[in-house]
Write a protein that binds this ligand. Sequence first.
Ligand code: FAD
Length: 474
Amino acid sequence: MAERYDIIVIGTGPGGYVCAIKAAQLGLKTAVVEKNSTLGGTCLNIGCIPSKALLHASEMFAEAEHALPTLGVDVGKPKLNLEKMMAHKDATVKSNVDGVAFLMKKNKIDVFTGTGKVLGEGHVAIIDDKGDTVEVQTTNIVIATGSDVADIPGVDLTIDEKVVVSSTGALELSSVPKHLVVVGGGVIGLELGSVWARLGSKVTVVEYLDTILGPMDGDVSKQFQRMLTKQGLTFKLGAKVTGVEATGKGVAKGAKVTYEPVKGGDAATIDADVVLVATGRKPFTNGLGLEKAGVVLDEHGRVKIDEHFHTSIPGVYAIGDVVAGPMLAHKAEDEGVAVAEIIAGQAGHVNYGVIPGVVYTQPEIASVGKTEEELKAEGVAYKVGKFPFSANGRARAMLQPNGFAKVLADKTTDKVLGVHIVGFGAGEMIHEAAVLMEFGGSAEDLGRTCHAHPTMSEAVKEAALGAFLKPIHL
Ligand SMILES: Cc1cc2nc3c(=O)[nH]c(=O)nc-3n(C[C@H](O)[C@H](O)[C@H](O)COP(=O)(O)OP(=O)(O)OC[C@H]3O[C@@H](n4cnc5c(N)ncnc54)[C@H](O)[C@@H]3O)c2cc1C
Protein backbone atom coordinates (compact mmCIF):
# COMPACT_ATOMS: atom_id res chain seq x y z
CA MET A 1 0.00 0.00 0.00
CA ALA A 2 1.46 3.38 -1.03
CA GLU A 3 1.34 6.46 1.22
CA ARG A 4 -1.79 8.57 1.72
CA TYR A 5 -2.28 11.72 -0.36
CA ASP A 6 -4.33 14.85 0.27
CA ILE A 7 -5.39 14.85 -3.39
CA ILE A 8 -5.10 12.51 -6.35
CA VAL A 9 -5.96 13.89 -9.76
CA ILE A 10 -6.95 11.38 -12.45
CA GLY A 11 -5.97 12.72 -15.89
CA THR A 12 -3.24 15.24 -16.71
CA GLY A 13 -4.84 17.44 -19.36
CA PRO A 14 -4.96 21.20 -18.73
CA GLY A 15 -7.62 20.61 -16.06
CA GLY A 16 -5.76 17.88 -14.21
CA TYR A 17 -2.15 19.07 -14.32
CA VAL A 18 -3.06 22.67 -13.46
CA CYS A 19 -5.19 21.43 -10.55
CA ALA A 20 -2.25 19.35 -9.30
CA ILE A 21 0.19 22.27 -9.49
CA LYS A 22 -2.20 24.60 -7.66
CA ALA A 23 -2.87 21.95 -4.99
CA ALA A 24 0.88 21.42 -4.45
CA GLN A 25 1.43 25.20 -4.29
CA LEU A 26 -1.22 25.31 -1.56
CA GLY A 27 0.73 22.76 0.46
CA LEU A 28 -1.32 19.62 -0.32
CA LYS A 29 0.40 16.26 -0.83
CA THR A 30 -0.50 15.62 -4.45
CA ALA A 31 -0.32 12.86 -7.05
CA VAL A 32 -1.56 12.55 -10.63
CA VAL A 33 -2.55 9.43 -12.56
CA GLU A 34 -2.19 9.36 -16.35
CA LYS A 35 -2.89 6.47 -18.70
CA ASN A 36 -0.90 7.95 -21.60
CA SER A 37 2.88 7.75 -21.77
CA THR A 38 3.10 11.57 -21.88
CA LEU A 39 1.39 14.18 -19.70
CA GLY A 40 -0.70 17.11 -20.96
CA GLY A 41 -3.86 15.34 -22.16
CA THR A 42 -5.76 16.02 -25.36
CA CYS A 43 -4.74 19.67 -25.42
CA LEU A 44 -0.97 19.25 -25.47
CA ASN A 45 -0.71 15.91 -27.31
CA ILE A 46 -3.47 15.84 -29.93
CA GLY A 47 -5.44 19.09 -29.58
CA CYS A 48 -4.72 22.77 -28.99
CA ILE A 49 -0.94 22.66 -29.31
CA PRO A 50 -0.32 20.47 -32.41
CA SER A 51 -3.25 22.11 -34.24
CA LYS A 52 -1.83 25.58 -33.55
CA ALA A 53 1.62 24.48 -34.74
CA LEU A 54 0.12 23.35 -38.07
CA LEU A 55 -2.17 26.40 -38.30
CA HIS A 56 0.80 28.72 -37.89
CA ALA A 57 3.04 26.81 -40.31
CA SER A 58 0.34 26.53 -42.99
CA GLU A 59 -0.51 30.21 -42.53
CA MET A 60 3.12 31.11 -43.22
CA PHE A 61 3.00 28.90 -46.34
CA ALA A 62 -0.11 30.69 -47.62
CA GLU A 63 1.32 34.13 -46.71
CA ALA A 64 4.51 33.39 -48.62
CA GLU A 65 2.49 32.79 -51.76
CA HIS A 66 -0.30 35.35 -51.43
CA ALA A 67 0.81 38.23 -49.18
CA LEU A 68 4.59 38.58 -49.39
CA PRO A 69 4.75 39.65 -53.08
CA THR A 70 2.35 42.58 -52.38
CA LEU A 71 4.64 43.68 -49.56
CA GLY A 72 7.56 43.70 -51.98
CA VAL A 73 9.08 40.48 -50.70
CA ASP A 74 9.63 38.21 -53.70
CA VAL A 75 10.46 34.70 -52.55
CA GLY A 76 9.14 32.78 -55.54
CA LYS A 77 6.51 30.06 -55.29
CA PRO A 78 6.83 28.37 -51.89
CA LYS A 79 7.42 24.63 -51.84
CA LEU A 80 5.81 22.49 -49.18
CA ASN A 81 8.00 20.24 -47.05
CA LEU A 82 5.24 18.41 -45.16
CA GLU A 83 7.65 16.17 -43.30
CA LYS A 84 9.46 19.18 -41.85
CA MET A 85 6.17 20.89 -40.99
CA MET A 86 5.07 17.77 -39.10
CA ALA A 87 8.47 17.63 -37.38
CA HIS A 88 7.90 21.21 -36.18
CA LYS A 89 4.49 20.15 -34.83
CA ASP A 90 5.97 17.09 -33.08
CA ALA A 91 8.81 19.13 -31.56
CA THR A 92 6.29 21.68 -30.27
CA VAL A 93 4.25 18.92 -28.64
CA LYS A 94 7.36 17.36 -27.10
CA SER A 95 8.61 20.60 -25.59
CA ASN A 96 5.17 21.24 -24.07
CA VAL A 97 4.63 17.75 -22.61
CA ASP A 98 8.20 17.72 -21.29
CA GLY A 99 7.43 21.09 -19.71
CA VAL A 100 4.49 19.57 -17.80
CA ALA A 101 6.67 16.67 -16.61
CA PHE A 102 9.21 19.24 -15.37
CA LEU A 103 6.48 21.16 -13.52
CA MET A 104 5.33 17.94 -11.80
CA LYS A 105 8.89 17.36 -10.53
CA LYS A 106 9.39 20.99 -9.57
CA ASN A 107 6.20 20.95 -7.49
CA LYS A 108 6.99 17.51 -5.94
CA ILE A 109 3.88 15.92 -7.44
CA ASP A 110 4.01 12.10 -7.72
CA VAL A 111 3.14 10.80 -11.18
CA PHE A 112 1.52 7.35 -11.56
CA THR A 113 1.35 5.92 -15.07
CA GLY A 114 -1.73 3.74 -15.59
CA THR A 115 -5.50 3.85 -15.68
CA GLY A 116 -7.01 5.37 -12.57
CA LYS A 117 -10.12 3.80 -11.12
CA VAL A 118 -12.26 5.30 -8.36
CA LEU A 119 -12.89 2.55 -5.83
CA GLY A 120 -14.97 4.79 -3.56
CA GLU A 121 -14.40 7.53 -1.01
CA GLY A 122 -10.63 7.92 -0.46
CA HIS A 123 -9.52 4.98 -2.63
CA VAL A 124 -8.00 4.95 -6.11
CA ALA A 125 -6.66 1.94 -7.99
CA ILE A 126 -4.00 2.41 -10.66
CA ILE A 127 -3.81 -0.32 -13.26
CA ASP A 128 -0.72 -0.35 -15.48
CA ASP A 129 -0.52 -1.70 -19.05
CA LYS A 130 0.55 -5.14 -17.75
CA GLY A 131 -2.63 -5.29 -15.68
CA ASP A 132 -0.82 -4.85 -12.35
CA THR A 133 -2.76 -2.82 -9.79
CA VAL A 134 -1.61 -0.46 -7.06
CA GLU A 135 -4.13 0.90 -4.57
CA VAL A 136 -3.60 4.39 -3.20
CA GLN A 137 -5.36 6.21 -0.39
CA THR A 138 -6.25 9.86 -0.56
CA THR A 139 -8.49 12.37 1.16
CA ASN A 140 -9.70 13.90 -2.11
CA ILE A 141 -10.04 12.64 -5.69
CA VAL A 142 -10.37 14.92 -8.73
CA ILE A 143 -11.65 13.33 -11.94
CA ALA A 144 -10.14 15.19 -14.93
CA THR A 145 -10.36 12.50 -17.60
CA GLY A 146 -11.43 14.85 -20.42
CA SER A 147 -13.16 13.86 -23.61
CA ASP A 148 -12.93 11.73 -26.73
CA VAL A 149 -13.99 12.08 -30.36
CA ALA A 150 -17.77 11.91 -30.91
CA ASP A 151 -19.36 9.80 -33.66
CA ILE A 152 -21.74 10.93 -36.38
CA PRO A 153 -25.20 10.21 -34.94
CA GLY A 154 -26.85 7.27 -36.70
CA VAL A 155 -23.83 6.50 -38.91
CA ASP A 156 -21.91 3.24 -38.70
CA LEU A 157 -18.36 4.56 -38.73
CA THR A 158 -14.88 3.08 -38.73
CA ILE A 159 -12.23 5.69 -37.99
CA ASP A 160 -9.01 4.19 -39.36
CA GLU A 161 -7.11 7.53 -38.92
CA LYS A 162 -5.86 7.19 -42.52
CA VAL A 163 -8.89 7.70 -44.81
CA VAL A 164 -11.63 8.31 -42.26
CA VAL A 165 -9.91 10.40 -39.61
CA SER A 166 -10.68 12.17 -36.35
CA SER A 167 -8.82 15.36 -35.45
CA THR A 168 -5.98 13.11 -34.24
CA GLY A 169 -5.49 11.58 -37.72
CA ALA A 170 -5.95 14.96 -39.41
CA LEU A 171 -2.88 16.19 -37.49
CA GLU A 172 -0.80 13.30 -38.84
CA LEU A 173 -1.59 12.96 -42.57
CA SER A 174 1.50 11.94 -44.53
CA SER A 175 0.40 13.68 -47.74
CA VAL A 176 -1.95 16.49 -48.72
CA PRO A 177 -5.34 14.96 -49.64
CA LYS A 178 -6.73 16.06 -53.00
CA HIS A 179 -10.23 16.32 -51.56
CA LEU A 180 -10.84 16.55 -47.82
CA VAL A 181 -14.45 16.32 -46.69
CA VAL A 182 -14.99 17.70 -43.20
CA VAL A 183 -18.10 16.49 -41.40
CA GLY A 184 -18.97 19.27 -38.95
CA GLY A 185 -18.51 23.03 -39.32
CA GLY A 186 -17.43 23.71 -35.73
CA VAL A 187 -14.12 25.06 -34.47
CA ILE A 188 -12.02 21.90 -34.84
CA GLY A 189 -13.34 21.08 -38.34
CA LEU A 190 -12.77 24.61 -39.61
CA GLU A 191 -9.30 24.96 -38.09
CA LEU A 192 -8.06 21.66 -39.52
CA GLY A 193 -9.97 22.22 -42.78
CA SER A 194 -8.12 25.56 -43.08
CA VAL A 195 -4.76 23.88 -42.52
CA TRP A 196 -5.23 21.42 -45.38
CA ALA A 197 -6.90 23.98 -47.68
CA ARG A 198 -3.83 26.24 -47.31
CA LEU A 199 -1.57 23.31 -48.12
CA GLY A 200 -3.50 22.57 -51.31
CA SER A 201 -6.52 20.37 -50.54
CA LYS A 202 -9.94 21.02 -51.96
CA VAL A 203 -12.03 21.19 -48.77
CA THR A 204 -15.78 20.59 -48.51
CA VAL A 205 -17.47 21.14 -45.15
CA VAL A 206 -20.78 19.36 -44.53
CA GLU A 207 -22.68 20.87 -41.60
CA TYR A 208 -26.05 19.87 -40.10
CA LEU A 209 -26.98 23.42 -39.04
CA ASP A 210 -27.70 26.32 -41.41
CA THR A 211 -24.67 28.22 -40.10
CA ILE A 212 -21.08 27.37 -39.28
CA LEU A 213 -19.54 27.78 -35.79
CA GLY A 214 -22.76 26.79 -34.00
CA PRO A 215 -23.39 29.10 -31.06
CA MET A 216 -21.15 32.00 -32.18
CA ASP A 217 -22.63 35.44 -32.89
CA GLY A 218 -24.61 35.38 -36.17
CA ASP A 219 -22.71 38.34 -37.69
CA VAL A 220 -19.46 36.55 -36.99
CA SER A 221 -20.43 33.22 -38.51
CA LYS A 222 -21.87 34.88 -41.67
CA GLN A 223 -18.76 36.98 -42.31
CA PHE A 224 -16.46 34.09 -41.42
CA GLN A 225 -18.18 31.78 -43.89
CA ARG A 226 -17.72 34.39 -46.65
CA MET A 227 -14.02 34.66 -45.78
CA LEU A 228 -13.46 30.90 -45.78
CA THR A 229 -15.34 30.60 -49.07
CA LYS A 230 -12.91 33.18 -50.53
CA GLN A 231 -10.07 31.01 -49.24
CA GLY A 232 -11.49 28.13 -51.30
CA LEU A 233 -13.54 26.11 -48.78
CA THR A 234 -16.96 24.88 -49.96
CA PHE A 235 -19.92 24.54 -47.61
CA LYS A 236 -22.95 22.25 -47.65
CA LEU A 237 -25.11 23.63 -44.85
CA GLY A 238 -28.35 22.19 -43.46
CA ALA A 239 -27.00 18.82 -44.59
CA LYS A 240 -27.15 15.61 -42.59
CA VAL A 241 -24.47 13.00 -43.22
CA THR A 242 -26.10 9.56 -43.38
CA GLY A 243 -23.17 7.41 -44.46
CA VAL A 244 -19.37 7.29 -44.77
CA GLU A 245 -18.23 4.34 -46.82
CA ALA A 246 -14.67 3.27 -47.66
CA THR A 247 -13.91 3.01 -51.41
CA GLY A 248 -10.99 1.86 -53.57
CA LYS A 249 -7.84 -0.02 -52.64
CA GLY A 250 -4.12 0.81 -52.15
CA VAL A 251 -3.24 4.30 -53.36
CA ALA A 252 -6.79 4.71 -54.73
CA LYS A 253 -8.26 4.35 -51.22
CA GLY A 254 -10.91 6.93 -50.44
CA ALA A 255 -14.39 7.32 -49.04
CA LYS A 256 -17.86 8.24 -50.21
CA VAL A 257 -19.86 10.57 -47.99
CA THR A 258 -23.65 10.46 -48.33
CA TYR A 259 -25.73 13.35 -47.04
CA GLU A 260 -29.30 14.64 -47.35
CA PRO A 261 -30.91 18.02 -46.71
CA VAL A 262 -32.04 18.29 -43.07
CA LYS A 263 -35.30 19.85 -44.27
CA GLY A 264 -35.97 16.86 -46.55
CA GLY A 265 -35.03 16.13 -50.16
CA ASP A 266 -32.79 13.89 -52.22
CA ALA A 267 -29.61 12.37 -50.88
CA ALA A 268 -26.31 13.20 -52.60
CA THR A 269 -22.77 11.81 -52.37
CA ILE A 270 -19.29 13.33 -52.34
CA ASP A 271 -16.11 11.40 -53.12
CA ALA A 272 -13.23 12.18 -50.79
CA ASP A 273 -9.62 11.12 -50.39
CA VAL A 274 -9.89 11.78 -46.68
CA VAL A 275 -12.94 12.36 -44.46
CA LEU A 276 -12.45 14.27 -41.22
CA VAL A 277 -15.11 13.51 -38.65
CA ALA A 278 -15.37 16.69 -36.56
CA THR A 279 -18.81 16.40 -35.04
CA GLY A 280 -17.66 17.29 -31.54
CA ARG A 281 -16.38 15.50 -28.47
CA LYS A 282 -17.93 13.40 -25.75
CA PRO A 283 -16.97 13.08 -22.07
CA PHE A 284 -14.52 10.25 -21.36
CA THR A 285 -15.22 8.09 -18.30
CA ASN A 286 -14.23 4.60 -19.55
CA GLY A 287 -12.33 2.49 -17.04
CA LEU A 288 -12.98 4.84 -14.10
CA GLY A 289 -15.47 2.46 -12.48
CA LEU A 290 -17.79 5.35 -11.68
CA GLU A 291 -21.03 3.39 -11.66
CA LYS A 292 -19.72 0.90 -9.09
CA ALA A 293 -18.25 3.71 -6.99
CA GLY A 294 -21.63 5.48 -7.01
CA VAL A 295 -20.58 8.58 -8.99
CA VAL A 296 -23.65 9.82 -10.88
CA LEU A 297 -23.48 10.91 -14.55
CA ASP A 298 -25.93 13.29 -16.27
CA GLU A 299 -28.03 12.50 -19.35
CA HIS A 300 -25.07 13.39 -21.65
CA GLY A 301 -22.66 11.01 -19.89
CA ARG A 302 -20.87 13.88 -18.09
CA VAL A 303 -19.93 13.58 -14.42
CA LYS A 304 -22.61 15.39 -12.46
CA ILE A 305 -21.23 18.05 -10.09
CA ASP A 306 -22.58 20.80 -7.87
CA GLU A 307 -21.38 24.44 -7.98
CA HIS A 308 -18.29 23.44 -5.96
CA PHE A 309 -17.28 20.66 -8.43
CA HIS A 310 -18.38 17.98 -5.94
CA THR A 311 -19.74 14.74 -7.42
CA SER A 312 -22.38 12.58 -5.78
CA ILE A 313 -19.87 11.00 -3.39
CA PRO A 314 -17.95 12.85 -0.65
CA GLY A 315 -14.36 13.84 -1.40
CA VAL A 316 -14.70 13.15 -5.15
CA TYR A 317 -14.67 16.15 -7.50
CA ALA A 318 -14.68 16.52 -11.29
CA ILE A 319 -13.53 19.25 -13.71
CA GLY A 320 -12.82 19.99 -17.39
CA ASP A 321 -14.28 18.34 -20.47
CA VAL A 322 -15.73 15.48 -18.41
CA VAL A 323 -18.23 17.87 -16.78
CA ALA A 324 -20.76 20.32 -18.27
CA GLY A 325 -19.70 23.58 -19.94
CA PRO A 326 -17.61 24.61 -22.93
CA MET A 327 -14.97 22.01 -23.86
CA LEU A 328 -12.04 24.42 -23.70
CA ALA A 329 -8.59 24.05 -22.20
CA HIS A 330 -8.70 27.35 -20.30
CA LYS A 331 -12.11 26.51 -18.80
CA ALA A 332 -10.60 23.21 -17.58
CA GLU A 333 -7.54 25.05 -16.20
CA ASP A 334 -9.63 27.59 -14.30
CA GLU A 335 -11.76 24.80 -12.84
CA GLY A 336 -8.55 23.00 -11.84
CA VAL A 337 -7.36 26.04 -9.90
CA ALA A 338 -10.80 26.61 -8.33
CA VAL A 339 -11.22 23.00 -7.14
CA ALA A 340 -7.71 22.93 -5.64
CA GLU A 341 -8.52 26.13 -3.76
CA ILE A 342 -11.83 24.70 -2.52
CA ILE A 343 -10.11 21.50 -1.33
CA ALA A 344 -7.52 23.65 0.47
CA GLY A 345 -10.34 25.47 2.27
CA GLN A 346 -10.31 28.58 0.11
CA ALA A 347 -13.08 30.15 -2.01
CA GLY A 348 -12.38 28.81 -5.53
CA HIS A 349 -14.63 30.19 -8.24
CA VAL A 350 -14.99 30.28 -12.06
CA ASN A 351 -16.90 33.07 -13.81
CA TYR A 352 -18.58 31.12 -16.63
CA GLY A 353 -19.96 34.35 -18.11
CA VAL A 354 -16.46 35.49 -19.10
CA ILE A 355 -14.77 32.56 -20.83
CA PRO A 356 -13.28 33.63 -24.16
CA GLY A 357 -13.63 31.39 -27.21
CA VAL A 358 -11.12 31.62 -30.06
CA VAL A 359 -10.99 30.08 -33.54
CA TYR A 360 -7.37 30.13 -34.67
CA THR A 361 -7.97 30.48 -38.40
CA GLN A 362 -6.85 33.37 -40.57
CA PRO A 363 -8.37 35.74 -39.69
CA GLU A 364 -9.01 34.66 -36.13
CA ILE A 365 -12.39 34.74 -34.46
CA ALA A 366 -12.65 35.63 -30.79
CA SER A 367 -15.63 36.04 -28.60
CA VAL A 368 -16.50 36.63 -24.95
CA GLY A 369 -19.85 37.02 -23.21
CA LYS A 370 -23.26 37.10 -24.84
CA THR A 371 -24.03 36.98 -28.55
CA GLU A 372 -26.71 39.21 -30.07
CA GLU A 373 -28.91 36.13 -30.54
CA GLU A 374 -28.63 35.27 -26.83
CA LEU A 375 -29.49 38.81 -25.74
CA LYS A 376 -32.55 38.82 -28.03
CA ALA A 377 -33.69 35.45 -26.68
CA GLU A 378 -33.25 36.69 -23.09
CA GLY A 379 -35.19 39.91 -23.86
CA VAL A 380 -32.27 42.14 -22.83
CA ALA A 381 -32.29 45.68 -24.32
CA TYR A 382 -28.82 46.24 -25.78
CA LYS A 383 -26.74 48.61 -27.94
CA VAL A 384 -24.27 47.57 -30.65
CA GLY A 385 -21.02 49.23 -31.67
CA LYS A 386 -19.20 47.79 -34.66
CA PHE A 387 -15.94 48.88 -36.26
CA PRO A 388 -14.36 47.34 -39.39
CA PHE A 389 -10.64 46.64 -39.59
CA SER A 390 -10.70 48.16 -43.09
CA ALA A 391 -10.85 51.55 -41.27
CA ASN A 392 -7.89 50.72 -38.98
CA GLY A 393 -4.47 52.06 -40.04
CA ARG A 394 -2.40 49.21 -38.63
CA ALA A 395 -4.65 46.61 -40.26
CA ARG A 396 -4.16 48.30 -43.64
CA ALA A 397 -0.38 48.45 -43.13
CA MET A 398 -0.32 44.73 -42.44
CA LEU A 399 -2.68 43.81 -45.31
CA GLN A 400 -5.18 42.57 -42.72
CA PRO A 401 -8.26 44.71 -43.45
CA ASN A 402 -10.80 41.88 -43.11
CA GLY A 403 -13.22 41.59 -40.23
CA PHE A 404 -14.59 43.76 -37.46
CA ALA A 405 -14.85 44.31 -33.73
CA LYS A 406 -18.33 44.32 -32.22
CA VAL A 407 -19.27 45.44 -28.72
CA LEU A 408 -22.67 44.69 -27.17
CA ALA A 409 -23.63 46.77 -24.14
CA ASP A 410 -26.69 47.04 -21.93
CA LYS A 411 -28.96 49.80 -23.29
CA THR A 412 -29.60 51.33 -19.88
CA THR A 413 -26.44 50.76 -17.84
CA ASP A 414 -23.88 50.66 -20.71
CA LYS A 415 -22.30 47.56 -19.07
CA VAL A 416 -20.46 45.47 -21.69
CA LEU A 417 -22.29 42.17 -22.18
CA GLY A 418 -20.38 40.66 -25.09
CA VAL A 419 -17.49 41.36 -27.47
CA HIS A 420 -16.93 39.58 -30.79
CA ILE A 421 -13.94 40.07 -33.04
CA VAL A 422 -13.19 38.74 -36.51
CA GLY A 423 -9.69 39.78 -37.52
CA PHE A 424 -5.95 39.21 -37.45
CA GLY A 425 -4.86 38.68 -33.84
CA ALA A 426 -8.44 38.56 -32.50
CA GLY A 427 -7.41 35.83 -30.05
CA GLU A 428 -5.00 38.24 -28.33
CA MET A 429 -7.26 41.31 -28.55
CA ILE A 430 -10.22 39.62 -26.85
CA HIS A 431 -8.55 39.69 -23.44
CA GLU A 432 -8.96 43.41 -22.86
CA ALA A 433 -12.70 42.78 -23.21
CA ALA A 434 -12.50 39.81 -20.83
CA VAL A 435 -10.70 41.87 -18.17
CA LEU A 436 -13.17 44.73 -18.62
CA MET A 437 -16.10 42.35 -18.24
CA GLU A 438 -14.58 40.69 -15.13
CA PHE A 439 -14.63 44.14 -13.55
CA GLY A 440 -18.18 44.88 -14.80
CA GLY A 441 -16.89 47.68 -17.06
CA SER A 442 -18.94 49.75 -19.48
CA ALA A 443 -18.58 50.57 -23.17
CA GLU A 444 -17.67 54.10 -22.05
CA ASP A 445 -14.85 52.70 -19.84
CA LEU A 446 -13.45 50.80 -22.81
CA GLY A 447 -13.99 53.65 -25.29
CA ARG A 448 -12.28 56.18 -23.00
CA THR A 449 -9.27 53.94 -22.24
CA CYS A 450 -6.25 55.24 -24.14
CA HIS A 451 -5.14 52.65 -26.74
CA ALA A 452 -1.70 52.76 -28.36
CA HIS A 453 -1.62 53.89 -31.98
CA PRO A 454 -1.37 52.28 -34.44
CA THR A 455 -2.73 48.97 -33.14
CA MET A 456 -5.44 46.56 -34.20
CA SER A 457 -6.88 47.00 -30.68
CA GLU A 458 -7.94 50.54 -31.58
CA ALA A 459 -10.79 48.88 -33.51
CA VAL A 460 -12.05 47.39 -30.21
CA LYS A 461 -11.93 50.85 -28.60
CA GLU A 462 -13.77 52.33 -31.62
CA ALA A 463 -16.44 49.61 -31.44
CA ALA A 464 -16.91 50.47 -27.74
CA LEU A 465 -17.19 54.15 -28.66
CA GLY A 466 -19.79 53.09 -31.22
CA ALA A 467 -21.86 51.33 -28.54
CA PHE A 468 -21.51 54.27 -26.14
CA LEU A 469 -21.69 57.29 -28.52
CA LYS A 470 -19.97 57.31 -31.91
CA PRO A 471 -16.69 56.00 -33.28
CA ILE A 472 -14.16 58.65 -34.37
CA HIS A 473 -12.68 57.04 -37.47
CA LEU A 474 -15.87 56.01 -39.28
C1 FAD B 1 -7.89 19.16 -32.42
C2 FAD B 1 -8.28 19.88 -31.16
C3 FAD B 1 -7.96 21.22 -31.01
C4 FAD B 1 -8.30 21.89 -29.85
N1 FAD B 1 -7.96 23.20 -29.76
C5 FAD B 1 -8.28 23.89 -28.64
C6 FAD B 1 -7.88 25.24 -28.49
O1 FAD B 1 -7.23 25.81 -29.36
N2 FAD B 1 -8.21 25.88 -27.36
C7 FAD B 1 -8.92 25.27 -26.36
O2 FAD B 1 -9.21 25.91 -25.35
N3 FAD B 1 -9.31 23.98 -26.47
C8 FAD B 1 -8.99 23.28 -27.58
N4 FAD B 1 -9.35 21.97 -27.68
C9 FAD B 1 -10.09 21.36 -26.56
C10 FAD B 1 -9.14 21.01 -25.40
O3 FAD B 1 -8.16 20.13 -25.87
C11 FAD B 1 -9.92 20.40 -24.26
O4 FAD B 1 -10.96 21.25 -23.87
C12 FAD B 1 -9.00 20.16 -23.06
O5 FAD B 1 -7.93 19.33 -23.40
C13 FAD B 1 -9.79 19.55 -21.90
O6 FAD B 1 -8.92 19.37 -20.83
P1 FAD B 1 -9.17 18.25 -19.73
O7 FAD B 1 -8.08 18.43 -18.74
O8 FAD B 1 -10.56 18.31 -19.27
O9 FAD B 1 -9.02 16.85 -20.48
P2 FAD B 1 -7.99 16.23 -21.52
O10 FAD B 1 -7.06 17.23 -22.05
O11 FAD B 1 -8.81 15.44 -22.47
O12 FAD B 1 -7.11 15.25 -20.63
C14 FAD B 1 -7.64 14.13 -20.02
C15 FAD B 1 -6.51 13.19 -19.68
O13 FAD B 1 -7.02 12.16 -18.86
C16 FAD B 1 -6.40 10.93 -19.21
N5 FAD B 1 -7.28 9.85 -18.73
C17 FAD B 1 -8.55 9.56 -19.12
N6 FAD B 1 -9.06 8.55 -18.38
C18 FAD B 1 -8.07 8.19 -17.50
C19 FAD B 1 -8.00 7.24 -16.47
N7 FAD B 1 -9.03 6.46 -16.12
N8 FAD B 1 -6.82 7.13 -15.79
C20 FAD B 1 -5.76 7.93 -16.09
N9 FAD B 1 -5.79 8.87 -17.05
C21 FAD B 1 -6.94 9.01 -17.73
C22 FAD B 1 -6.30 11.02 -20.71
O14 FAD B 1 -5.32 10.12 -21.19
C23 FAD B 1 -5.90 12.49 -20.88
O15 FAD B 1 -4.50 12.63 -20.84
C24 FAD B 1 -8.99 21.24 -28.81
C25 FAD B 1 -9.31 19.88 -28.94
C26 FAD B 1 -8.95 19.21 -30.08
C27 FAD B 1 -9.28 17.75 -30.19
